[in-house]
Design a binder for this molecule. Structure first.
Ligand SMILES: [Zn+2]
Length: 443
């Protein structure tokens, strides 16, 4: 497979070497560059420098240097083609391949073109919403009331969608452009002969950015008590809520610096936490945490803390996040679950108890292994054989979702102890019935 040089150039212009290196090496900003401990030679003080401007890394200790592709080859042990494919996938590029038909190539190119057009449209709307925020004393008062400073509002690109049905008509020359509907900004009514109107009206606006920093959608919140309180962009060719995390673009440097990512339930949590000294927070977008979300986060860090409100809904959301996290819980990763007191969300908790108390909660968060056992035991009377059997039956799919490794074995032995079984017996039992199921599948 030969890859044209022009494609390599385009690829390198789209990826960020700081992102790529940062997946493997904790980096800290130092002046124009990022510094870290060199992954190629042992050292105690950082002499490994990554330049976002030059898209290049260089070690002043051992002299290793190169770009994003050579880093993946030298550090992650990938082959050239594998490294190119890995990078291309991250930025949504298709590696040119002669095996693909011209029609397929054309379709892929058209899809990319469409995505670029949609993000341009959304970016233009985001710009207009930011302007409207400055002009609206009510919206400014809302953010001030939540303690959001001008600097944080700017970092997250916060805005305001004014009242009125067709405010965007003053932003876009052609309000009937189908792109406005496709981007989710405008709704076309089924009745009324297809009347068009703005989706977001009289709401404070949170632009949702992808990891490249492009605007791919919005979350909007009412200023008062109207319903629905939160409104998100619909699914579009550029926005898939099951894949995107609010605040990841803004938080990625802080995630590297703090060494972990904090996952919350809402965009106001993210903005408020950034204001209160936790700039490493992200949020799912009105949806349960998926394995894709977790995988995306783990590109930036090996440690994730999920924070949930302490009510029943928070508990249910945590269970879903557990399911999303299990396949990624390898031995070198740390995944934890934090439950706030029922009356609090992260914002109100930090305000009431202070940042130190919240930092302690993060430190005391429940490790995935323990939460798995708790989740399996829920509602089971472990004082009876029936209850223990029920627990084991609940635990099996959870345990099976874990990747091979030491953690998986440890959890098995914890579960066996709880079930009052020998770990070998439990492994035998689960292994055997798995083999029987496999045998029952038609070939
Ligand atoms: Zn070195």
């Amino acid at each position: 497979m030969s890859i044209p040089q022009s494609f390599i150039q385009e690829l390198l212009s789209r990826v960020d070497v700081v992102d790529i290196v940062g997946r493997y090496v904790p980096l800290k900003k130092g002046g124009a560059n990022f510094m870290g401990l060199c992954p190629f030679h042992g050292e105690k003080s950082p002499s490994f420098s990554v330049s976002p401007a030059k898209q290049f890394y260089h070690c002043f200790g051992c002299g290793k240097n190169g770009n994003a592709i050579s880093f993946l080859m030298e550090h992650a042990g990938m082959g050239f083609v594998e490294a190119v494919q890995d990078l291309a996938q991250q930025v949504g590029l298709q590696v040119p391949d002669d095996d693909i038909s011209p029609q397929e190539k054309e379709r892929a190119a058209a899809a990319r073109q469409k995505q670029a057009t949609l993000t341009d449209v959304l970016e233009k709307a985001a710009h207009a919403y930011r302007q409207h925020l400055r002009a609206s004393t009510r919206a400014v008062a809302y953010f001030k009331g939540r303690g959001v400073s001008g600097a944080v509002a700017k970092r997250y690109g916060l805005g305001y969608a004014p009242e009125g049905w067709r405010s965007l008509a003053s932003v876009f020359a052609h309000y009937d452009d189908p792109l406005l509907e496709e981007s989710g900004l405008v709704i076309v009514s089924e009745e009324d002969g297809g009347k068009r109107y703005d989706r977001f009206r009289d709401r404070v606006m949170f632009p949702i950015r992808n990891v490249k920093g492009e605007c791919i959608g919005f979350g909007g919140r009412v200023l008062g008590d109207d319903k629905p309180k939160y409104l998100n962009s619909p699914e579009t060719p550029v926005f898939h809520k099951g894949r995107e995390l609010y605040g990841l673009f803004e938080a990625r440097t802080a995630i590297r610096e703090q060494g972990y990512a904090l996952v919350t339930e809402g965009y106001m949590d993210v903005v408020a936490l950034a204001q209160l000294g936790f700039p490493n927070a992200v949020a799912t977008l009105g949806t349960a945490c998926t394995p894709e979300h977790v995988q995306k986060l783990l590109r930036f860090t090996d440690a994730v803390v999920f924070s949930f409100d302490g009510d029943a809904a928070g508990r249910r959301a945590a269970r879903k996040a557990l399911d999303g996290a299990l396949p990624h819980a390898s031995d070198t990763r740390s995944i934890k679950f934090l439950f706030l007191p029922p009356e609090h969300d992260p914002d109100s908790f930090v305000r009431a108890q202070g940042t130190d108390a919240f930092a302690r909660c993060i430190g005391d968060a429940v490790p995935l292994s323990r939460f798995l056992v708790e989740a399996a035991s829920e509602g089971c009377d472990l004082g009876t054989a029936e209850g223990r059997a029920h627990m084991a039956s609940n635990a099996r799919p959870l345990w099976s979702a874990l990747p091979e490794g030491v953690l998986r074995r440890q959890v098995l032995s914890d579960l066996a102890q709880l079930a009052q079984l020998d770990a070998h017996d439990l492994a035998d039992l689960w292994g055997k019935s798995a083999a029987q199921e496999a045998a029952r599948q038609p070939a």
